[in-house]
Ligand binder design. Structure first.
Ligand code: ZN
Length: 261
């Protein structure tokens, strides 16, 4: 088995900000990719905003099982055509993992259908991500909680649809809480939103965070063939159902005459 995974990053902060550059000299995407590649069953490559078609040509997406998304500053520069394409692939069965400030990415808002807004504060606060579902595949290997000494606070209300599952809830030093690990299903695709990952803290170097990312890729992987006609709504000719309907026809007709029409 090889789960074909692409880590996408807008790759802007790392080229503009010396602090971010110091933490992620090769870009956030390469740190995340290296962390995920420690799982021998996952094959990882990266893509960035500046590449042709943001590195997400149709042929490449067709061969991607799980897409990981990090964006912040350049959400507006992501082309709507590529967002359409990614959405289609998620509906067909590609997994999608949206990280941190990706809550405001076009693709996440598209998949959620809500504003995806939240409260935030950048003050280097301690964060504790409590495992609230210890039997979930994504939390395996994590003992009770992940502790991050410095993190950006993301707080409720987080305006997303009620998730399929909540697997982490975060506490922040300043007192706020946040649903920091949420799963969704859209079409045939599984989606995981994971909150930690502010660019000026070395969060993706944390071994526990890395373990969650590997677990999440495995969880989001759907081995079934792509559901290619997911967007079609075909008419079904009556001939295919006539015999069954005709058997029931008499009683349905009587019910109709009795006042159900
Ligand atoms: Zn941030």
């Amino acid at each position: 088995m090889s789960i074909r995974t692409v880590v996408w990053n807008e790759f802007v902060h790392e080229q503009e900000n010396a602090v971010v550059q110091g933490i992620y000299p090769d870009g956030i995407h390469n740190t995340i990719a290296a962390a995920i590649a420690k799982d021998g069953d996952i094959s990882v490559s990266t893509a960035t905003l500046g590449e042709a078609e943001h590195g997400l040509a149709q042929e490449r997406l067709d061969e991607t099982d799980v897409l990981v998304w990090w964006g912040h500053k350049a959400h507006g520069e992501v082309s709507d055509e590529i967002v359409d394409r990614v959405q289609q692939r998620v509906n067909e069965g590609m997994g999608l993992i949206v990280l941190h400030s990706g809550h405001f990415s076009k693709i996440f808002k598209r998949m959620m259908g809500t504003p995806c807004s939240l409260r935030w504060r950048e003050a280097g606060e301690r964060e504790r991500l409590w495992v609230i579902n210890p039997s979930h595949p994504i939390t395996q290997g994590i003992d009770k909680a992940i502790e991050l000494p410095n993190s950006e606070m993301y707080g409720e209300p987080f305006l997303v649809p009620e998730p399929l599952e909540t697997v982490f809830v975060s506490w922040f030093e300043g007192g706020e809480v946040f649903r920091s690990g949420l799963t969704y299903q859209r079409g045939a695709g599984k989606i995981f939103y994971f909150e930690p990952g502010h660019e000026t803290y070395p969060i993706y170097h944390d071994p526990n965070i890395q373990m969650v990312l590997r677990n999440a890729v495995r969880w989001a992987y759907n081995p079934a063939p792509a559901w290619k006609d997911v967007s079609k709504a075909p008419n079904v000719p009556i001939d295919q159902a006539r015999e069954t309907i005709e058997k029931k026809g008499a009683s349905l007709h009587k019910a109709g005459e009795a006042g159900y029409r």
